[in-house]
Structure formats: structure tokens, C-alpha cells
Write a new protein. Structure first.
Length: 185
């Protein structure tokens, strides 16, 4: 389905990953790039309500030069899903805090996962993109002086990206044979 633009695919992937997590018992928000989780309009008074959450980004899209309106632009890009969590006390085992992060990895890596399928009810429908590679990294960062565990999932994807507008038909193409004539002199 080359009709979807890169941004439409990005938002579709966010929605699908969120649904996958929710269907598997993880009610974790995914914030789109440009939205600061600290300014979300929920009642985020306690740390327990702020964490965990994901933030997603598109990284380094590489569209190919030769494209067509009918087929789209073959584009490789990376989808980054950054995960942030925080323990409520220093004495708890934090292993359970990482389960949403691990579930998100499975969403992209499990061979039977339909998380990227545009219509998960139709096994023959197109996908938002095809997975080429997955990388993960776990780290710790400082937020307002507190150490916050974080993880990053970077999924390298490829898709036929649609044009955002209709292109007028091209006029007659130049024919090099018609443009020159060879004489025997």
C-alpha cells in the first residue's frame, strides 16, 4: 500500500504497538515526538503515575531517488521507541518494571506478531513497514537529580512511501533518437 506517507505509517505503528501492549496487559502510554510527557494533561502528581512510558521518534529516513506516483518511494527508516521507568522505593526488585520494554521488543521480533499489519484481522493485508533489524540498549539517566532507568528499541524498517499529493501526468518523454540525427559525412 504505497498510499501512506511516512508520517501516516509512523502514527499507525505507534497505534499498533500501543494496542499490542494493552492487549497483553501493559497500559503504558506512547508519546509521539514533540509531546513532552511532563506536560501531559493527566493527573501526574505522583511518580507512580508518571512511569512507565514510551516516547517514539522517526530517525534517519533514506528515500531512494527513483520513485513514481503509482509505486511510491522505497524508503528505509528507523523507528525509535524510548522507554522510561522508575522504582517507587529503593528496596523493590525492579525486574517487573522492565516487562513493558521487553513486550515492546517482542512486538517487533516475534514471527507471529501482527503489530505492523495495517489490518490485523486480514492476514493478507499490507504492513506499515517491513522489519530489517532490531537493536536495543538499556541505560540509566538523570531526570531532576533522580536516576531513571531507560531503554531504547531501534527498529530499522523499509516501506514503499506514498506521495502526499497527486502528481499531474508527465508530458511526452524525450527520445534521444528523435533528438539527434546521424549523418554519414
Amino acid at each position: 500500500m504505497p498510499g501512506l506517507t511516512l508520517q501516516e505509517r509512523y502514527y499507525g505503528i505507534n497505534k499498533s504497538v500501543r494496542k499490542f501492549l494493552r492487549d497483553n496487559g501493559f497500559d503504558v502510554p506512547i508519546y509521539k515526538y514533540g509531546i513532552d510527557p511532563a506536560t501531559a494533561k493527566d493527573d501526574l502528581k505522583s511518580q507512580a503515575k508518571k512511569y512507565p512510558y514510551f516516547q517514539s521518534f522517526l530517525i534517519d529516513p533514506k528515500p531512494q531517488s527513483w520513485t513514481s506516483f503509482e509505486k511510491g518511494r522505497y524508503t528505509r527508516f528507523e523507528y525509535q521507541l524510548s522507554f522510561f521507568t522508575s522504582p517507587q522505593t529503593e528496596f523493590t526488585n525492579d525486574g517487573d518494571l522492565w516487562k513493558p520494554f521487553e513486550a515492546a521488543q517482542i512486538a517487533f521480533s516475534d514471527a507471529q506478531s501482527d503489530v505492523l499489519r495495517i489490518d490485523p484481522n486480514d492476514p493478507d493485508s499490507s504492513t506499515y513497514a517491513d522489519v530489517l533489524d532490531i537493536r536495543t540498549k538499556q541505560d540509566f539517566g538523570l531526570v531532576s537529580g533522580a536516576v531513571v532507568p531507560s531503554g531504547v528499541i531501534i527498529v530499522k524498517l523499509a516501506a514503499m512511501i506514498g506521495y502526499p499529493m497527486t502528481i499531474a501526468p508527465v508530458g511526452s518523454a524525450s527520445n534521444i533518437d528523435a533528438a539527434i540525427s546521424i549523418t554519414n559525412s
